[in-house]
Structure formats: structure tokens, C-alpha cells
Design a protein around this ligand. Structure first.
Ligand SMILES: [Zn+2]
Length: 480
């Protein structure tokens, strides 16, 4: 049995077979950088990290792309209010976002394209859509995607020219969450969405030249252009939060398949834009939709400020199946702290017994873990495997049944499991929370054999005045 994943396109769980194994191309919609990310955003990003790590654990070579949306209505509003330059403003929140990813032990995506670096690709896609008669320029200079013309157009091979592939949808359905130019009456049809938004006075100096006049891209076209530029016109996996399935992802499909691809590859390859769509469900906090007025709105920084560690937050976020709505609570976070400590304690005891590292990881626990995650990332079952193993190991330790060899084999299995769950080792010694978080992240990256990331984290820790040393008991921190 190999890896099976749910595919939103087919609404079923199916074998995951990449286009060119062992390579896997994976795109996850990234943040809009206008503020600190909240814990709901990070559920999706930690989920994407789990997918990437599990694929690597199963022998695939993953290329992971996550875009940074750095031009958007909310960003423009904020720079108007604060008088900052676009790049200064978005650069600050991009850096904060990447720090938060690190704190949660997420491996850095291989590519982090910024939308403003891919305007040319967006213009190329819009031009193709115009040439095919699928897009049109409205009187105000904005360019819209016509869903009606898309459905009526002659089909490319590889283009289904269907609108509503991800969600069963009537074309006349309202688009309640659509982000549109303000001059909505310029559109032929209420369902049409903006590919290019004509420059308006509120945009200030944020605009680009285009064949249709000055303006800026719509949000949906950004992801089509960036994903195809970095992964090719047809790629394996597209991830995002379930709130993005419609209209954002539906529009990505329509634009990408309607244009035939950034390089004509969808047309020539007779393949769809994306083979496999994965969507992570919503997150509630304390049983309610997160909102600042209810006092249940948490950023990662808020939780670190309450004294929780990145690995505890990560564990809680990974405790429920990705397709289930998850209720994130502070009590749950306390529970995750206890659970992580139980694992630490068991692993520490094993390390005390080990005289040399093993290359033959204990097979049973590893096989059960693999089978659980291969089953559409069944994390509940995988954690149950881990805690059964902890219980049995503690029993065997107490009964004096664990010799150096068994301890080494068990630890080797745990290290492989932790290359996916990525709790990392608990750093030893009294150190500030930020250094602790970086050291945990370094250990997690090391286990995943991402040495570039682990070296860069070591350098960051050094720059903050600390040295990290690997000992048989785990990484040790001391002032530099
Ligand atoms: Zn996107």
C-alpha cells in the first residue's frame, strides 16, 4: 500500500501518483503580508509542512512553493494609513511570517515568490486570455475574466473549460467573498472577476504598466502565474485552507486552463493545471470563530507570550485530521504540553541507555506510523502509534528489558517519526524562549536532513549570542 490522499477535485481518497516520480511539485497559497499571521492561518501552513515532510519520509523529492501576496487591497490600505513604502511594509511582515514558520518547526519552502516579482507572468497570462476572447477590458480600464465566455470557448486539450470543478456550483451562484474592483457595474456579469485592476487615486504610487493601462493584478492571477512559473504548467499538489477553494482556487483553475498555461503546457501536455487538490479545514478557537472582539484571536506570538513553546503549538495543530474542523483551546495546548513532555521523558531515558547510534530502526512502530499517515494523513492514528510505543517502552524500561541495542533501534525509529511530526528535541538549560524556539527548529530541520536550514538556524542562534552543541541527550545551549 502506498500513500493515499483525498482529492478535492474528485471528492475521494485516491492513490497519490506524481507526474514524474520521485519528484513531487507542491504549491501552497501563502500569506497576505499586512499583519502577523493568526493561528488559523498557521493550521494550513503546518499542515503543508506535514504533507511535505511525509512525502520526503516516503522517499519523494519535494519542491515546495509558497507565494507571498505583497500587493492587495488590505496592504494598500495599511500603507496609505501609515505612509510607508510598499516593499518596506510587506518586507517587515514577510520576515515576521518566516520567523513564525520557523518557531512552528516548518521547513522553509524552497521558493517563496513575491507577487510583485511576477507581474510579467501575470501580464502574459492575461494577454493569452484576452487573445482567446475569455477576458475583456471594461470601460474603467480593468480587465475581467468572463466565466460565460470561458464555458462557451472551444476547448484546449487538457482544458475542461468547466467552472465549478472544486465545488459543485451553479454558475449563477453569488460570489460573496469575491474581491473585486470597486466599479462593479463595469463588469458584463456579476460573477466575473478582476484579472487586472485599473489604477485609482487610492493606489498611490503602487501600479504597473500594462497593455490595458496602469494598474495592479487581481489576487487570483497571482497564484496562477507564480505556481506555473516555478513548477511548470501542470503540477502535482496544490494546497490551501478550505476557505480558498472557492472562489480563489476555482478561479486559478479557470485562468490557468483557459490560458493553456503560462508556457502553453496545459494545451500541449493535455494535462490539467493541478493533479491533486488538498484543503485544510477551518480552525475554531475556544469553540468559536476567531475574532478580536471575542478575545479568542491568537497570533503565534501571543501564544509564545503565554509561555507555550513552538513544538507544543505544532503538536496541537497536528492533533486533528486536516479535513476536520478543529477546536483550538488553551486547555488543549496545556494537554499538548503534557503529551510532549511524556515523549521527551521516554526519549531521554532511551538516550541514557544508548552507547552508539543504530542504523536499524525498530520496524514495528515505524510501519504502523507509516500506514497511519499513508491513509490520507491520519494523524490521530499516527499519534496513537507513538503513545502506544511510549507506554510499551516505559513498561520495558521499568522491567529492565531495554538494552543499549534496543534503545538505539527505538531511538532511530523515533528520529524518523520525528522527521515528520517535527517536535524536535527539548533544548537543555535555562535559555530565553526565542533561542529555545530556534534551537528546537534547528533540531527538527536536522532530523529532516535539511542541513541548509539547520546551518542557517545555528548561525541565527550564534548571532543572538548562543552556541548550540549536539550531545547524546539532545542539543545543548550555552552562551557564546
Ligand atoms: Zn493562492
Amino acid at each position: 500500500m502506498g500513500l493515499r490522499l483525498h482529492n478535492t477535485l474528485t471528492r475521494s481518497v485516491a492513490d497519490f501518483i506524481p507526474l514524474t516520480p520521485p519528484q513531487v511539485s507542491m504549491y501552497c497559497c501563502g500569506p497576505t503580508v499586512y499583519d502577523y499571521g493568526h493561528i488559523g492561518n498557521f493550521r494550513t501552513f503546518v499542515f503543508a509542512d506535514l504533507v511535505r515532510r511525509h512525502l520526503a519520509f516516503r522517499g519523494f523529492q519535494v519542491t515546495h512553493v509558497m507565494n507571498i501576496t505583497d500587493v492587495e487591497d488590505k496592504i494598500l490600505r495599511r500603507i496609505r494609513e501609515t505612509g510607508q513604502e510598499l516593499r518596506d511594509f510587506t518586507g517587515r511582515y514577510t520576515a515576521a511570517f518566516l520567523e513564525d514558520l520557523t518557531v512552528l518547526h516548518c521547513l522553509s519552502p524552497h521558493h517563496l515568490p513575491r507577487a510583485t516579482d511576477h507581474i510579467d507572468g501575470m501580464l502574459r497570462l492575461i494577454t493569452r486570455l484576452m487573445d482567446r476572447g475569455i477576458a475583456y477590458r471594461a470601460p474603467d480600464g480593468s480587465v475581467y475574466f468572463s466565466i460565460e465566455r470561458y464555458r462557451a470557448t472551444e476547448r484546449w486539450p487538457g482544458c475542461l473549460c468547466q467552472y465549478g470543478q472544486l465545488v459543485n456550483l451553479q454558475v449563477d451562484d453569488q460570489r460573496p467573498t469575491e474581491r473585486v474592483a470597486t466599479d462593479e457595474y463595469d463588469k458584463d456579469n456579476i460573477a466575473d472577476f478582476a484579472l487586472w485592476k485599473a489604477r485609482v487615486p487610492d493606489d498611490g504610487e503602487v501600479f504597473w504598466e500594462s497593455p490595458w493601462g496602469q494598474g495592479r493584478p487581481g489576487w487570483h492571477i497571482e497564484c496562477s502565474a507564480m505556481s506555473m512559473a516555478l513548477l511548470g504548467d501542470s503540477f502535482d499538489l496544490h494546497l490551501g485552507g478550505e476557505d480558498l477553494a472557492f472562489p480563489h482556487h476555482e478561479d486559478e483553475i479557470a485562468q490557468s486552463e483557459g490560458s493553456g498555461g503560462l508556457n502553453g503546457g496545459i494545451h500541449e501536455g493535455r494535462r490539467p493545471f493541478v493533479q491533486h487538490w488538498l484543503h485544510a479545514a477551518h480552525l475554531l478557537v475556544e469553540g468559536k470563530k476567531m475574532s478580536k472582539s471575542l478575545g479568542n484571536f491568537f497570533t503565534v506570538r501571543d501564544l509564545l507570550g503565554k509561555g507555550f513553546a513552538g513544538r507544543e503549538i505544532r503538536m496541537l495543530l497536528l492533533s486533528a485530521h486536516y479535513r476536520e474542523t478543529f477546536n483550538f483551546t488553551l486547555a488543549g495546548l496545556e494537554g499538548a504540553r503534557t503529551a510532549v513532555a511524556r515523549i521527551d521523558e521516554c526519549v531521554d531515558k532511551l538516550r541514557e541507555k544508548v552507547t552508539k547510534a543504530s542504523t536499524t530502526p525498530s520496524p514495528n512502530v515505524l510501519q504502523a506510523f507509516t500506514e497511519a499517515l499513508d491513509d490520507d494523513l491520519n494523524v490521530s492514528r499516527a499519534w496513537a502509534v507513538v503513545f502506544d510505543w511510549v507506554r510499551e517502552t516505559n513498561r520495558a524500561l521499568a522491567a529492565g528489558e531495554v538494552d543499549a541495542r534496543r534503545a538505539a533501534n527505538d531511538l532511530a525509529a523515533w528520529d524518523l517519526i520525528d522527521s515528520v511530526f517535527a517536535l524536535g528535541a527539548r533544548p537543555i538549560g535555562e535559555v530565553p524562549a526565542q533561542i529555545m524556539a530556534l534551537a528546537e527548529a534547528r533540531d527538527a530541520a536536522k532530523k529532516a536532513r535539511d542541513f541548509a536550514q539547520s546551518d542557517s538556524l545555528r548561525a541565527q542562534i550564534r548571532a543572538l549570542g548562543w552556541l548550540v552543541e549536539d550531545t547524546p541527550k539532545g542539543p545543548k545551549l550555552k552562551p557564546a
